[in-house]
Design a protein around this ligand. Structure first.
Ligand code: FAD
Length: 463
């Protein structure tokens, strides 16, 4: 039985809280998108929330928790979707929201503390004419540390790839969970030991992130009668390197009309929609491509009045998992999946699977760069019936060569994005020898005989 009174005494002078309402609030993320995770994670709770203000405080907290064998789960803003930030074994939630420093801005990169919100980093970069290369669609509410440790990509991924692509996260500094916590600096491919590792391999205290030229991105919605015509248009557009895009997605009718409520004035019910953020100087080229493909420009943010614009969510908040959120608001019984259509015959696969699933899945696709080629990341909205049927749907995708990154599981292995191989386990052994960081999220650590082989591809792999 852990003696939290003794632990609190050792943390004297630090910002900590164990009031029930705070414990509950800081023990949750957006796992409730999944009816399965909701059932499993709803009751999980931390025993103490500690909010460090500096790396030195983190070292002090981790040393004390190590001594008392108290688990530590790091938390950014808690917007993750798979229960990444839920403290399955209780213990301490390390709330990083006070570490928001932006310590250096250079041409091409920015040095930040992990608790900085991505929108605040972009704001700080603005005078230098730069912005983060890639951010999640939760850019306004999520921390950069949480994005690196729990996310995959998002706005900008159509141009720059995702967090998996080397060069987007340039460097990281972490503190280890040991009797005397150490500081480790990671560069190059080493950063993959902490990217999308759910904070199981060290607490990130600094990041160097790649940045690029900033634009006043224009939001554009282009409508088509046929879904596959929309998909082919988007695929072609994604390959047109001269047209500078920050976002390119496809959402099948009637989801845009029903889910993007404030846009109903512009979107007919039966229209399939390409969701786009484009640089102002590339608008004319985009319109030419759309018109050649038979698309209708339904909406352009630069042509609506300021009052209308202030009432509308930006396209950035219609895409990625915001599309799922908007669908869930129309019908809470819906859920979702995440699937990769690997580059090559991705269009054929999309068309075939559309025929297989019919109305059971509502198509939502995000166009991304994957190993330098256009690929499609599907985030279909699922008309949920049973867990068994969900498993069948996953099996059907995989039989068609499309790996599913299961958002209804909270372990790294079952989520399937990150390869937990012997190197990753060796790194964890070095940074967290007692397995106290976010316990329960890495099966390979808990079950040494776990079979590492997986038939399909990973998003995050060193090989
Ligand atoms: P949290 O949820 O707090 O944490 C995420 C993980 O990182 C946890 O495992 C946590 O333990 C770990 N962690 C946090 N800080 C640290 C640290 N300093 N050191 C070590 N580990 C740490 N994700 C995308 O990738 N792309 C999207 O476009 C996207 N869109 C979304 C849209 C909606 C509406 C929602 C609800 C979620 C979306 N997400 C998306 C998921 C999530 O918002 C992002 O991954 C986000 O960037 C996570 O940041 P956070 O601060 O909320 O992290």
């Amino acid at each position: 039985m852990t003696d939290f009174t003794a632990l609190k005494a050792e943390l004297e002078g630090l910002d900590f809280d164990d009031t029930p309402v705070v414990l509950k609030q800081k023990s949750r993320d957006f796992f409730w998108y999944s009816p399965i995770l909701k059932r499993h994670l709803d009751q999980a709770s931390a025993d103490l929330v500690v909010k460090p203000r500096s790396e030195q405080e983190i070292i002090r907290i981790l040393a004390a928790c190590y001594r008392h064998e108290v688990p530590v789960t790091v938390r950014g803003a808690g917007t993750g979707n798979y229960g990444q930030a839920v403290p399955l074994a209780g213990g301490v939630v390390l709330d990083m929201s006070a570490m928001t420093g932006i310590t250096a801005i250079r041409p091409g990169s920015v040095h930040v503390e992990p608790g900085a919100l991505m929108a605040d980093i972009d704001e700080a970069l603005r005078p230098s004419g730069q912005e983060l290369r890639i951010v999640s669609s939760t850019v306004k509410t999520a921390t950069v540390g949480g994005f690196v440790a729990g996310g995959i990509g998002g706005l900008g991924t159509v141009r720059w790839g995702g967090l998996r692509d080397l060069g987007n996260v340039i460097g990281a500094r972490i503190v280890t969970m040991e009797a005397e916590p150490q500081i480790i600096e990671l560069h190059g491919a080493q950063v993959l030991d902490i990217v999308h590792a759910y904070g199981t391999t060290g607490v990130i205290t600094r990041l160097e992130m790649a940045v690029t030229a900033a634009y006043d991105w224009v939001d554009v919605l282009i409508g088509f009668d046929s879904l596959m015509t929309t998909v082919r248009f988007a695929d072609h557009l994604a390959t047109m390197d001269g047209i500078l895009l920050k976002e390119l997605g496809v959402v099948a009718a009637p989801l845009p009309y029903e889910g993007f409520l404030r846009y109903q004035h512009w979107i007919p019910r039966d229209m399939n929609v390409a969701t786009i953020m484009v640089a102002p100087h590339a608008l004319a080229a985009l319109e030419s491509v759309a018109s050649n493909a038979g698309g209708a420009v339904l909406f352009r943010s630069d042509t609506v009045g300021e009052n209308d614009r202030a009432e509308l969510p930006p396209v950035a908040e219609l895409v990625w998992n915001h599309t799922t959120l908007r669908a869930l608001r129309t019908d809470p019984s819906l859920t979702y999946l995440q699937v990769l259509y690997p580059p090559g015959d991705h269009l054929k696969k999309i068309e075939t699977l559309l025929g297989v699933f019919g109305d059971e899945l509502l198509t939502h696709l995000e166009f991304v760069r994957f190993d330098g080629r256009v690929a499609v990341y599907g985030i279909p909205v699922v008309r949920y019936t049973t867990e068994e049927r969900l498993d069948e749907i996953i099996a059907i995708f995989e039989e068609h060569g499309c790996p599913v990154f299961n958002p209804h599981r909270c372990t790294l292995e079952e989520g399937g994005m990150k390869e937990i191989d012997r190197d990753q386990l060796a790194f964890k052994q070095r940074t967290d020898p007692k397995g106290l960081l976010n316990p329960g999220k890495m099966i390979g650590w808990d079950e040494p005989d776990y079979d590492f082989s997986r038939p399909s591809m990973y998003l995050f792999s060193k090989s």
